[in-house]
Each structure stands twice: as structure tokens, then as C-alpha cells.
Design a protein around this ligand. Structure first.
Ligand code: MLT
Length: 247
């Protein structure tokens, strides 16, 4: 059976049961996915994505507040009482090495909880795009690229990432079948591939974050294939995928 690629341009495009048994990449370029890659590269032990601030603070108490790092954002800024916000540049070895991170963000961590029935969940963004391909294509013939979007609406940066991933999979598997959202994503990527940083700076969330002073986050997040780290979900915890062992 040839590979099938389904893109969800917004999370609600595909019902939760659609993910069952499939290999899913959850994409949040600005910034949850990018920050998770940065955190694991900085030596974080694991990241536990939570769908709400309440869930995160409750779990921190259960695990022992002093043993975990609470991180996340609302309206792009650090949540009161949390240790870190959601800028990938905050996830340094000093801040996260050997630590368990409890992360709550507006869109990315919520989308991750939506994909919970999948056979495999990996964290996708532009900086680790190429590294995802062998892990996804090895895990299943049915691949879903789930864009986290922005409060239920389309986000250009996630669409561009889904387009790039579609192109990379199609290059490896020319017979791969696409849904219309995958075709749209691929075409939008082809239009903007030569100026990704400029395109993302102009996006709804990109221009908002730039306005808050997070321009360097956008430059960091729009360097395709700068990382070979593949974060994978195991029992509700995101850890680094060891080469050749996605499960
Ligand atoms: C999100 O999940 O919505 C984003 O990661 C938000 C952000 O970091 O600005």
C-alpha cells in the first residue's frame, strides 16, 4: 500500500478518531514544537504537554513542585507563577538539563492531547522537518500532519511546515497520496520557500510575537532542518527519539 498523507490545516478539520492507528506529526512552529525540540537538545529529561494551566499546576503539585519546571504561555507571554515562558531561547541547559518540563500553551499542547489515539505522535516544526521523515514513514503508511493553528484558525507558519513535510515525504515516496489540505499546504510552501522567515514574520502570530519582542524566536523557528532531534510521545511524555527506534 502506498503512503497516504492527510494534513489537518486546523485541528478541527479531522475528528479525534481519525488519528487512531496513524503516525501523527503535531506541528506548532510558533512556538510549542520548536521549543520542545530546543528543550530536548538542551538536555531536558522529558516534556509533559498539558491542555490547561490548571492541569499543569495540579500535576506539578503531585510530582513535587521543586522537581519540575513549569513552562508555557498565554497571549505569548510567560504564565504567572511559571518558571519559563515558551521562547525556544529560554530552554538552555542551565534552565532545563535533566529536568521534567510541564508545558501548557494555547494551541500546541492542546493539539497534542487531541492526537492521543495515534499509533505514533512526533513533534514537528521547520527546524526538525527532514529528521521526521524516516520516523514517520517507518511507523505507518497513514501519516497525518496536524497543524495546531491559532485559536482554531489557520496559522501560515504551521501550513508552511506541513507543506514542506508533504514535499519531503513525496520526494521519498513519489506514489504517496495526498488529501486536498496536503495539496494546498504544499503549494503554499512552494510559493514561500525562498523567503520563509519573511513570510512567517508577516503571519498573524509572527507579527504578534514580533510586536511583543520575540523576533529572534521567529528567526530561530524558521531555519529548516537545523536540528536532527525528533521528539516522540511515550506514555504521555515527550522524549528524544533514539535513531531507528520511534516506539
Ligand atoms: C501555542 O501553543 O499557541 C504557541 O506555542 C503560542 C506561543 O508560543 O506563542
Amino acid at each position: 500500500m502506498s503512503i497516504r498523507i492527510d494534513v489537518a490545516i486546523i485541528p478541527a478539520e479531522l475528528p479525534e478518531q481519525w488519528f487512531s492507528g496513524k503516525a501523527v506529526a503535531v506541528i506548532d512552529v510558533l512556538r510549542a514544537s520548536t521549543s520542545m525540540v530546543a528543550a530536548l537538545e538542551a538536555g531536558a529529561k522529558e516534556i509533559i504537554p498539558l491542555a490547561s494551566i490548571e492541569e499543569a499546576t495540579k500535576l506539578a503539585e503531585t510530582m513535587g513542585r521543586e522537581t519540575v519546571v513549569l513552562c508555557g504561555e498565554r497571549d505569548g507571554n510567560k504564565i504567572n507563577g511559571f518558571d519559563l515562558g515558551n521562547s525556544p531561547l529560554e530552554f538552555t541547559p542551565e534552565n532545563v538539563k535533566g529536568k521534567s518540563l510541564l508545558m501548557a500553551t494555547t494551541n500546541g499542547t492542546v493539539a497534542m492531547s487531541r492526537a492521543k489515539g495515534a499509533a505514533l505522535i512526533v513533534v514537528g516544526c521547520l527546524i526538525n522537518a527532514r529528521a521526521l521523515i524516516p520516523v514517520l514513514t517507518k511507523a505507518s503508511d497513514e501519516i497525518v500532519l496536524l497543524c495546531s493553528g491559532k485559536q482554531g484558525r489557520v496559522s501560515l507558519e504551521d501550513l508552511l511546515c506541513a507543506g514542506y513535510l508533504t514535499k519531503l515525504i513525496k520526494t521519498q515516496c513519489p506514489k504517496a497520496e495526498l488529501n486536498d489540505s496536503a495539496r494546498v499546504a504544499r503549494d503554499v510552501y512552494e510559493k514561500h520557500k525562498s523567503h520563509l522567515t519573511k513570510a512567517v514574520k508577516g503571519s498573524d502570530h509572527g507579527s504578534y510575537l514580533a510586536g511583543l519582542g520575540y523576533l529572534t524566536d521567529i528567526e530561530y523557528a524558521t531555519q529548516p532542518d537545523a536540528s536532527s532531534t525528533v521528539p516522540v510521545m511515550r506514555d504521555g511524555r515527550i522524549v528524544s527519539c533514539q535513531a531507528g527506534d520511534p516506539r
